[in-house]
Structures are given as structure tokens and as C-alpha cells.
Design a protein around this ligand. Structure first.
Ligand code: ATP
Ligand code: MG
Length: 238
């Protein structure tokens, strides 16, 4: 890695550290009202269970909308909360190919008919120690971005290789690409080019942090209107 790149990663992790403290505070403050709202919804729901009349069908739609809102907000909180944790990572030997396949399964209804997935997995044996849930989240974020970048039809190629006690996983999409100015900002929290309500801009920020916790790295190569390649590297034991 070049000095410039190392510097960039350092500045980035510095930024992440201070944002982590901020995020923990925000997460804590938002969680409290969320619990109130959740409690209220459950109360109303139980009330209607005990007093069934025609109000129920009229109101159910709104209750479901509130519940959806709460659960989406709670998801954001738990995303932020991720940074307030200190060293409570559960580490196990994980199979990265299974994790990728599970992510693809989750995205299946958004990829079928539209996106061809080309997989080329290494058959070398290795041991990767990490937190399965977090790695799943990191990869899902990368793959969701790839899926979202393809407007009509396209391909996503996923490739894994073992090189010098590292596993390198690359995700190449034939999507819209990222311009040079934005390429420097995509790891920033809340940076998004998606219309409001569609993206939080936290996906890659979360991914970067998860990879850091695993002593891994992330790199991007992109050409506008041609596509993007995201490369992650994680240390493994051979
Ligand atoms: N594969 C990709 N192709 C094109 N643009 C991308 C790709 N991956 C990331 N980006 C750009 O980086 C921005 C930030 O990505 P990030 O995942 O952090 O947030 P988001 O996708 O906008 O929102 P969220 O992940 O919360 O849904 C995106 O809005 C998009 O502009
Ligand atoms: Mg995203």
C-alpha cells in the first residue's frame, strides 16, 4: 500500500473514532423515544385484540406503517450502536463463501431476471476468524450497492483469491459507476447519492468499520457509466 493510501486510511480511522463517540450518544438518545413508540403501538394492538370491532381493520394499516417506521429507525440505531461497543466481538471460524451466498440469497428477488451473478471462488483451504453476523452485514452492504447501481441489466462478478495469508474478495458490477469527486467521500457517514428515503449513506461506513475490526481493508476502483469494483482483504491462516 502506498504512503498516501496508508495516510488516507489513518485519517479515516481517526474520523471514525470521533464519530463513533457521537454515534453512541445519538443512538442512546433515539433508542429511548423509539421504545415509547413501540410500547404505544403494542398497547394499541393489544387493545384491538381484546376489543375487536370494525375500527381494527381501519387502523391496522396505520399501526403497520408505524411499526415499519420504528423497526427501520431501530435498524439505524443498531447500526450506529455498532461503534459504541468495545471489544465485545464474538469471533469464530467463518466460511466467507457461505456468507456471500447467503447475502446473494437475500438479494435474489432484486437480482433475478435483471442481474447475472458470476462467481469464482478459490478452492484453497484457509481459516478466517471473525464475526459472522458483522461480516454478513459488511458484504450485504457492498452487494446491495452493486445491485442498486445497475439500472437495467448487468452483471456482478464475485471473485475470491488467497494470496500471502490474505483472502482478497472482489465485487465487480457493471453499474452506473462513481465519479472521482464522490469516490473520496463514499466511506463518509451519511454520504449518499440516493434520493431521500432510499439510502442513509451509512452502508459503506459500517462496512469500513467492520473490516477494520477484522484488520481488513477495502478499496474501490470505479469508472463512471462503466462500473465499480470493490475489493476487500482479510487476514487468514493457511
Ligand atoms: N457499487 C456502487 N456503484 C455505484 N455507486 C456506489 C456503489 N457503491 C457505493 N456507491 C456510492 O456510494 C454512496 C454511499 O454508499 P453507502 O452504501 O455508504 O450508502 P447508500 O447506499 O447511499 O445508503 P444505504 O447503504 O444506507 O442504503 C452511494 O450513495 C453511491 O453513490
Ligand atoms: Mg449502500
Amino acid at each position: 500500500m502506498s504512503l498516501k493510501e496508508t495516510q488516507k486510511q489513518l485519517v479515516q480511522s481517526e474520523k471514525m473514532a470521533s464519530i463513533g463517540v457521537l454515534a453512541a450518544g445519538v443512538a442512546h438518545e433515539i433508542n429511548n423515544p423509539l421504545n415509547f413508540i413501540q410500547g404505544g403501538v403494542t398497547g394499541i394492538e393489544n387493545y384491538f385484540k381484546e376489543h375487536p370491532d370494525d375500527h381494527k381493520s381501519n387502523i391496522e394499516l396505520f399501526i403497520n406503517a408505524i411499526k415499519e417506521g420504528v423497526s427501520r429507525a431501530a435498524e439505524i440505531v443498531s447500526g450506529l450502536n455498532h461503534y459504541s461497543r468495545t471489544g465485545d466481538i464474538i469471533s469464530n471460524s467463518v466460511n466467507i463463501h457461505t456468507i456471500i451466498d447467503n447475502c446473494l440469497l437475500l438479494l435474489q428477488n432484486r437480482t433475478k431476471d435483471k442481474i447475472e451473478i458470476i462467481k469464482e471462488y478459490t478452492d484453497k483451504t484457509y481459516t478466517l476468524v471473525g464475526n459472522e453476523g458483522n461480516l454478513h452485514q459488511a458484504i450485504l452492504n457492498i452487494l446491495s450497492n452493486a445491485v442498486q447501481s445497475i439500472h437495467d441489466k448487468g452483471t456482478i462478478s464475485i471473485n475470491t483469491v488467497i494470496e500471502r495469508e490474505q483472502i482478497r474478495i472482489s465485487f465487480s458490477d457493471t453499474g452506473c459507476g462513481i465519479n472521482e469527486v464522490n469516490l473520496n467521500k463514499i466511506l463518509d457517514p451519511f454520504f449518499t447519492t440516493k434520493e431521500s428515503g432510499k439510502g442513509t449513506g451509512l452502508g459503506l461506513f459500517i462496512t469500513f468499520n467492520i473490516l477494520q475490526e477484522h484488520e481488513g481493508k477495502i478499496k474501490f476502483e470505479s469508472k463512471l457509466s462503466e462500473g465499480t469494483t470493490v475489493i476487500i482483504e482479510l487476514p487468514v491462516r493457511l
